[in-house]
Design a protein around this ligand. Structure first.
Ligand code: ZN
Length: 335
């Protein structure tokens, strides 16, 4: 698999896949690998905002909470094609032939509301003592009900956070001290709304992460060279972030030929004024404002639009394929 490896030697398994891999294929592969280890791959649906899902271990002995219906959350329904039911019904019990060996309990919180789920396991099947699947029952209304979030954080080893990219930036955070990770999808709307800062702040709040311990990787995505916008978008950034002035640029005025139908009517070419915005630099600055030291932040110099050999790009070619960002805390024995 062709991919960029990230945070090597920090006790995490993280990467960004490149052409010719497709994100669905990589996710299925990660899910297979994770099932073999008794782990879980989360597959969020993006909303291009700043929603962050928090996934954490429940303290020992704490009763799982009553699970409310949570339509706005991560979804496993596409990840688990063999599940019974469609995952739409929050009260439904799902079955899945995954060899989880043991009982996993997760608490999830989202916009302040806590959710919990149990994954009950038939360990006899997991150990190969029983032939018949299904081996496992998901009583995981919370997990199955999750539909959309732009970022996830967790301190649970073995949970693989993923997000898909076709120009929008992946933002990875690893806290090797508190053993917590985060991954966000930052397009221009998420960048404008400060998702990088929301991600870092969520890790500080939920896991007590110290920003000075955080390691950040801002991955490949549309770069300053190619993120061309109209004046209103560039102005929105500089209105919100006074320091973003140097992260925008005015392009030379160009004249665009009128539509063919207008050309016949003898209409003159129209002057078009476009601007460039440096999304990587704006996310970098947001993270530094959170207290993350500059030397802890690595920014990929790769532009997905310019580098057609290695990356898919929505803007370059309206490609439907996507690349996958993923990060997982390794279990301690592997770390
Ligand atoms: Zn470019």
């Amino acid at each position: 698999m062709k991919e960029i490896k990230i945070f090597e030697g920090q006790g995490v398994h993280a990467g960004f896949t490149q052409r010719p891999e497709k994100s669905n294929h990589i996710r299925a592969m990660l899910a297979n690998e994770a099932q073999g280890r008794g782990d879980l791959v989360l597959w969020p649906y993006l909303v291009h905002g700043t929603r962050i899902a928090v996934l954490r271990d429940l303290p020992e002995g704490e009763a799982p909470l009553k699970v409310p219906k949570a339509p706005d959350f991560l979804s496993l329904k596409e990840l688990l094609p063999q599940t019974s039911g469609n995952g739409e019904n929050a009260a439904e019990t799902q079955t899945c032939p995954a060899p989880f060996d043991g009982k996993l309990r997760f608490a999830l919180s989202y916009y302040g509301s806590a959710l919990a789920t149990d994954v009950a396991v038939n360990s006899a099947w997991a150990k190969g003592e029983q032939a018949d699947a299904p081996a496992l029952e998901w009583r995981s209304e919370a997990l199955l009900g999750i539909e959309a979030t732009d970022g996830c954080v967790t301190d649970v080893p073995g949970v693989v956070l993923t997000s898909t990219h076709g120009d929008c930036l992946p933002i990875y955070i690893c806290d090797p001290v508190r053993r917590a990770i985060g991954l966000a999808h930052a397009g221009w709307r998420g960048t404008y709304d400060g998702i990088a800062a929301v991600l870092a702040e969520t890790m500080m709040r939920e896991f007590g992460s110290d920003p000075e311990d955080m390691l950040v990787y801002i991955g490949p995505g549309i770069d300053f060279c190619c993120f061309e916008v109209n004046g209103d978008v560039a102005e929105a950034f500089t209105d919100r972030y006074y320091w973003a002035q140097e992260m925008t640029a005015v392009k030379p005025l160009r004249f665009e030929a009128p539509e063919a139908s207008d050309a016949a009517s003898g209409q003159e070419p129209e002057p078009v004024q476009k601007y460039l915005v440096d999304l990587k630099a704006i996310n970098d600055e947001l993270l530094k404002i959170c207290g993350i030291p500059e030397e802890n932040i690595t920014i990929s110099g790769d532009c997905t639009v310019c580098d057609a050999e290695n990356y898919y790009s929505h803007r370059r070619a309206k490609e439907k394929d996507r690349m996958l960002a993923y990060i997982c805390l390794e279990r301690q024995e592997n770390a």
